[in-house]
Design a protein around this ligand. Structure first.
Ligand code: NAD
Length: 243
């Protein structure tokens, strides 16, 4: 259960929320963590914590990703955390909104996986963990058209990578959370005008009667890195939303 100990872990979107908690959880499990984000201010809060190195990394930029991987050395665990919620239905979304959502939520993962996979194959193993969502192919959720479409694509790319490289020691799984208390969720609740009403509505869709915490999701990420007999799965962690 301690496969991750002393392994090299690359985390994207580690500046806040689930990514930040995941960087800390891997470091607490004894891994060497490179925590990355475009926001260097929030990222700097991780400096000097456990065995964590921080680095600015924009997942929209292929050259940036290749530079980061070259600097880090071979990556054993890739945690693809970056993602953005576009709110709205198909009729409330522009082509530019969709292109951005695909770029940040899907192509970013293609870029990072391409960058780390050759060395994983060469070294005979690796774990890739991609942030999807219950709002995906798992469940239709109102006002999440672009988001759910991209998060369904994350499940597809996860299974495809798992199928292609299962014989070479590579495991690739997706995490599908329900509603998690993160800075961007706070922003979405404030953006709706009546914060308390928005919060109550988010809580109401979780049968457990509360929001999830980033730490709960981070625990699943570490579990999946250690779970040496599972690949190609999409794990719901959703307060009972999909029961
Ligand atoms: P968040 O949205 O609060 O933070 C996102 C982080 O991504 C920020 O630190 C931001 O600076 C960074 N980022 C944005 N663009 C970037 C880029 N181009 N390159 C690198 N970093 C970039 O975090 P969260 O809400 O914990 O979400 C993390 C992941 O979990 C996302 O993929 C999200 O879709 C998914 N998710 C979240 C929830 C939830 O309820 N919070 C539910 C399901 C899935």
């Amino acid at each position: 259960a301690d496969w991750v100990k002393d392994k090299s872990v690359l985390v994207t979107a580690a500046g806040q929320g689930i990514g930040r908690a995941t960087a800390l959880a891997f470091a607490a499990a004894g891994a060497r963590v490179t925590a990355t984000d475009i926001n260097e201010t929030t990222l700097s809060e991780l400096d000097g914590k456990l065995d964590i190195e921080t680095r600015r990394l924009d997942v929209l930029d292929n050259a940036d990703i290749n530079d980061a991987v070259a600097a880090t050395g071979p990556v054993d665990v890739l945690f693809n955390g970056a993602g953005f919620v576009h709110s709205g239905s198909i009729l409330e979304m522009s082509d530019a909104d969709f292109d951005f959502a695909m770029d940040l939520n899907v192509r970013s993962m293609i870029r990072t996986i391409r960058a780390v996979l050759p060395a994983m194959i060469e070294r005979g193993g690796g774990a890739i963990i991609n942030m999807s969502s219950v709002a995906s192919s798992m469940k239709g959720v109102p006002n999440r058209f672009a988001y759910s479409t991209t998060k369904a694509a994350v499940i597809g790319l996860t299974k495809s990578v798992a199928a292609d490289y299962v014989g070479q020691g590579i495991r690739c799984n997706a995490i599908c959370p329900g509603t998690v208390e993160s800075p961007s969720l706070q922003e979405r609740m404030r953006a709706q005008g009546d914060y308390e009403a928005a919060r109550a509505a988010f809580i109401a869709r979780q049968p457990m009667g509360r929001l999830g915490t980033p730490e709960e999701i981070a625990d699943l990420a570490v579990y999946l890195a250690n779970a040496t007999y599972t690949s190609g799965q999409a794990y719901a962690i959703d307060g009972g939303w999909t029961i």
